[in-house]
Design a protein around this ligand. Sequence first.
Ligand code: KE4
Length: 427
Amino acid sequence: MTRSENLFKEALCYIPGGVNSPVRAYGSVGMTPRFIKKAEGPYVIDEDGNRYIDYIGSWGPMILGHNHPAVLDAVIKTAKDGLSFGAATELEVEMAEYICKNIPSVEMVRMVNSGTEAVMSAIRAARGYTGRNKIIKFAGCYHGHSDAMLVKAGSGVMTAGIPDSAGVPAGCTQDTLTAVYNDIDSVKAIFDEFDGQIAAVIIEAVAANMGVVLPKEGFLKELRELCTQKGAVLIFDEVITGFRLAFGGAQEYFGIQADMVTYGKIIGGGMPVGAYGGKRQIMEMVAPAGPVYQAGTLSGNPVAMAAGLTQLKLLKENPDIYSHMAALGEKLFGGIKDLLEKYERKYPVNHAASLGCVYFTEQEVDNYEKAKTSDTNAFADYFRFMLEHGIHLAPSQFEAIFLNNAHSDETVEETLHVMEEYLKSRA
Ligand code: KE4
């Protein structure tokens, strides 16, 4: 048995499903999950010494590549002064100021410890600010695992085919209404039915938890106008897209300003960090400034702030990182499209900047229902081949390929070579 197999056997005795997050269990691809020992740049190395070109990147945080020396140094240096105080620190102020000065729509921001916590808190603030209860989300979008968001969610919920989730009382989801991604009429219908009751609309401006689905031309603009007209808070969940699609995230990439934004992943540099922010009049509802309660023992942890701030500063000071990743995105996803055409596979490839995916279905995918037509067994076969040939992809059709700045023409060419070997072997 390999070390990964042994470790998984042991893990299954002590951790539900053997993992601390469901998608890591490789459930939908029918393999033993690889236990990763270390990582460097574009690579991860598993416990058996196998090296892979990595396209998970910890699900987005490792945008500079794994173990960037400057981020690592900042963590070590800060840790030497103490790991956590449960008191205010200068680093928290620096992080908050940095985000507010660089993201035009964010006038105030609160740090938390995960994307889930960021979304849960943003929704509570929006409800407190508007005095309304209903929330609109989109089928296939994933906004973390807080009760109210586990309705037609993407990511691991979609991967596991869990209709929603056990343990979530109807009372927690009765105010969560689901619209169809890219269908503005489905949003208008909900606003008409629940006129005056909608506190917020939350969306992934590029949906990256049902595979990758891009907003149709004009969709986000219409959503912005509708929320303004109805007095509903527009929340961009930028846990994935934040500081990835551009330094200013989806708001910059699409030129649309949300009322609130949630962050995670990249702003932590690999450490557990989330944040939510937006207009001052909304954020001043949050305790202790206002009546919306939210708290966290490790929120704004200095070591995590040091990692995140170092990463954000490197991204801002080196804008060519974004053009580099965009070019690699064109090379990788364009190359995959060319190969699929060469081997007469009519699978769509969706991508935006450094995010993308191949759908194992023969129709364009612009929403949840179409994403669900994918042949997940065919995906699993592709995943296994790629992994066995040194390419570490997300173990689910309903996740994204994450490029990072440590990838290169060489790693992309190697990936395309393996992809062609796969297509050739299944021709
Ligand atoms: P976390 O609580 O996992 O930090 O963030 C939740 C979240 C919120 N919003 C969006 C748009 C997200 O993509 C996520 C989490 N992303 C998944 C990847 N699809 C995390 C991977 C996992 O669950 O293990």
